[in-house]
Design a protein around this ligand. Sequence first.
Ligand SMILES: Nc1nc2[nH]cnc2c(=O)[nH]1
Length: 457
Amino acid sequence: MRKYFEFDKLGTNYRRETIAGITTFLAMAYILAVNPFMLSGADLPPDLKANYPEFGAVFTATALAAAIGTLLMAFIGRLPIGQAPGMGLNAFFTYTVVLTMQIPWQQALAGVFLSCTIFLILSLTGVREAIINAIPKGLKYAVSAGIGLFIAFIGLKNAGIVVANEATFVALGHFTFYHEGMKPEEILAAKNALLAVFGLIVTVVLMARKVNAAIFIGMVVTAVAGMIFGLVGLPDKVVSAPPSLAPTFGAAFQYLGDFSALFSVKMLIVVLTFLFVDFFDATGTLLGVASQAGLLKDGKLPRPGSAFSSDAIAGMAGAVLGTSTTTAYVESTAGVAAGGRSGFTALVTGVMFILALFFSPLLAIVTPAVTAPALILVGVLMASHITQIAWNEMDEAFPAFLTILMMPLTYSIATGLASGFIVYPIVKVLKGKARDVHPAMYVLFFVFLAYFIWLRE
Ligand SMILES: Nc1nc2[nH]cnc2c(=O)[nH]1
């Protein structure tokens, strides 16, 4: 074991790797609640919930996908990196693909499976690197930053901190509940918005103090405060058998053979968006976390094919189980900060996800106010990529800015992505820099243009 994980070469030991693995698990554990909450449409009106997979099955799928993905990273990638369903693509799955595009969730899972299969092929053949070089750096970072604003916006909306407004589209929610004539639901909404603000402050302070499991602890503190003030119910037990996977397991397969459903412009955009986001995210995250751990050689990952394949296979497995794209998690930096250097860290994290399968009753304490701080603060982590954009070059800055801005304002990652990829070649060509644009970018221009023409009808 020590030899397989190269403990001596990496200067590490079992104790340190175990603490690191538990640390990464605690930093990622919020996804066990947030993912089923989001993918099952729990924050949507009751009549829309029927269009989404069942909560319990998504919980089991999330824990299993995280366990499988993280164990793949342990044994194949041999990196101290955890995997779980990503926070941007679960929002894209729920709000864009199923809610707006009205694609059945089973077909959306087929799209996840397909995009990860393509990612696997690109990773094994080395084409991945060629594509990474073809996409302008500013757009790559804009995708992460835009997703950060998007999921933060979802958190603010779910918590009632930001509300709809007829005159201005959006406005600040209501936080006072002692006016005369307030309806009971208005009082409840105001109290929940206050609870979310409380949770946000607690979590920000924990993060600022560099507490590794800040988001997880923040959720627990918020839920306990919610129980004290009667906003969150008590779980009736702590341990139970995992909820059945039957409602979601293999649901993707019913569409994988249906070529007419799978090969439409709508699905092309869905698959491309899943692929792009996972592609850029995995590249940035694997390099970023490995760099922090001091594992890069000449700026390259050790065994890059294995690491990217672990990401892609985890996504395929997750789609079969019943969750949106599983990917390498930036929260793995918490375990690396605690000393994790080898795949053994990921082995420990993966085993923790298996144990978590038996604690599903605790999910009863997760309400929109409890998840909101996690959504908003993961948004901050992702938005930090904004600094990588060349803001003083307008032909770079504007497409990136548009990508970032359109994601929250149109409530769609795909629309943000499409906006940037359409505007980028136009601005470059009109500036007389057509040769600076990679041919692949012109192909994508037409693909995304087709998206706007055929999907907006
Ligand atoms: N890299 C990465 N880390 C995450 N942490 C939570 N969600 C994500 C995600 O989508 N990508």
